[in-house]
Design a protein around this ligand. Structure first.
Ligand code: B12
Ligand code: SF4
Ligand code: SF4
Length: 325
């Protein structure tokens, strides 16, 4: 039995994994690129990218000293993206507000929890083959440059919109990785080339002009995603140009929606059924606001527990929705 047998298509499919790769390289190729971005204040209000955790990202061994190898996984939510587009375009009850599609992926559960469980299941399988192996993992919040890690594992490239793109799967993907204290008997994939070519759609169509085409990074303070997910208080000023966007109340998918690499992987087979849609996207906006105002923070937490929206909270969402009134 090898790892390739363990990672059968049905096992991976159940965990929403559409591709995976392997690398033994603990150091990002683009740390200097990231460091320069921080020096240029690209991180804006996201202080956790610029404080003492910045240098930790230079080497996975700062985070997991036993590191010898990593298995990197691409978790897709493009099915939900397709259903959400279908809802916006065809459902007469759509109130015009929009939500980042990852919030609806993975059965509507916060991916930090849902995909962590998936990574745990995988580590248990790997442990059957490598019983003395130690494990750690990275899934968004750890001090790891995950796009670079996925690049080192040969799974895709960095688009000009700074998204990590897979030729086969597009960019509606989350990246999750397991770190192991042993090397595995797996051949590393060849690193991917840049396939953006002369396209500039994401740069041209970002409403707030947040993308720097040369460095393929964003100015986080100009990005709607920062404003609508990371800034929780009502007194924050929205980025200039946000009024040209499309009703975003949690995250922003625009620079992915316009990317040609996302066209072929989207296929809406089923209707979207989600309590987040029912509450936020189907009712008159005044009713949504009224209900959020009438709730306590605790009631909000209880109603949306386990979803990605819990992070931004009641006040943050009210700030975002009122922007569109
Ligand atoms: C901070 C953060 C944000 C910030 C800043 C985003 C940014 N682009 O920097 C904000 C809040 C804006 C944000 C928004 C979103 N985010 Co976010 N975010 C992160 C986080 C926590 C850190 C990213 C970071 O370090 N940024 C600093 C920049 C400089 O680094 P970077 O983005 O990794 O980019 C690298 C490449 O650009 C590379 N590079 C560019 N050119 C070249 C050329 C060469 C030759 C080389 C070698 C490298 C290279 O160098 C950079 C440094 O390594 C990661 C999770 C993680 N731990 O990595 C998730 C992550 C990037 N986010 C993710 C997602 C899904 C989103 C959103 C789509 C959510 C939404 N719908 O609103 C948006 C997308 C916005 C966008 N276009 O990037 C996913 C992206 C998956 C993917 N397919 O790329 C990640 C990886 C989380 C995860 N575990 O899946 N995010
Ligand atoms: S997520 Fe939205 S605001 Fe941010 S860079 Fe992409 S299009 Fe621009
Ligand atoms: S829209 Fe064009 S330039 Fe932007 S990431 Fe996609 S292919 Fe690259």
């Amino acid at each position: 039995m090898t790892l390739h047998d363990v990672f059968s298509p049905s096992f991976l499919n159940d965990l929403h994994i559409v591709d995976w790769g392997y690398t033994e390289d603990p150091c990002p190729l683009s740390f200097d690129h990231y460091d320069q971005w921080v020096q240029n204040e690209g991180h804006g209000p996201l202080n956790y990218l610029a404080d003492e955790r910045k240098d930790k990202r230079a080497d996975i061994r700062h985070f997991f000293p036993e590191f010898k190898s990593s298995l990197v996984f691409l978790f897709s939510y493009s099915d939900k993206k397709a259903q959400l587009n279908n809802f916006y375009e065809n459902n007469p009850n759509s109130n015009g507000l929009k939500m980042a599609s990852y919030a609806l992926g993975f059965q509507g559960e916060d991916y930090h929890v849902k995909l962590r469980d998936g990574l745990k299941q995988i580590s248990e399988k790997v442990k059957e083959l490598y019983p003395s192996c130690l494990f750690s993992y990275s899934l968004d919040i750890q001090p790891v440059l995950e796009r670079d890690l996925a690049f080192r594992a040969g799974l895709g490239w960095f688009g000009k919109n700074s998204m990590f793109i897979s030729r086969k799967e597009g960019s509606f993907l989350m990246i999750g990785a397991l770190f192991l204290s042993e090397k595995l008997d797996i051949k590393q994939k060849t690193r991917e080339l840049d396939h953006c070519g002369t396209c500039t759609r994401c740069i041209d169509l970002c409403p707030t002009q947040a993308i720097d085409p040369l460095s393929k990074t964003l100015s986080a303070s100009k990005c709607i995603s920062t404003y609508t997910i990371e800034l929780f208080k009502e007194d924050k000023v929205a980025p200039e140009g946000m009024e040209k966007a499309q009703g975003e109340i949690f995250g922003c998918d625009i620079c992915q929606d316009v990317c040609p690499w996302n066209k072929k992987s989207l296929n809406a087979e089923k209707e979207l059924d989600s309590p987040l849609i029912d509450f936020f996207l189907k009712r008159p906006v005044e009713n949504v606001i009224e209900d959020l105002k009438g709730m306590s923070n605790r009631e909000f937490k209880r109603s949306f527990k386990g979803s990605a929206l819990e992070r931004t909270g009641r006040r943050g969402l009210l700030k975002n929705i009122e922007f569109w009134q």
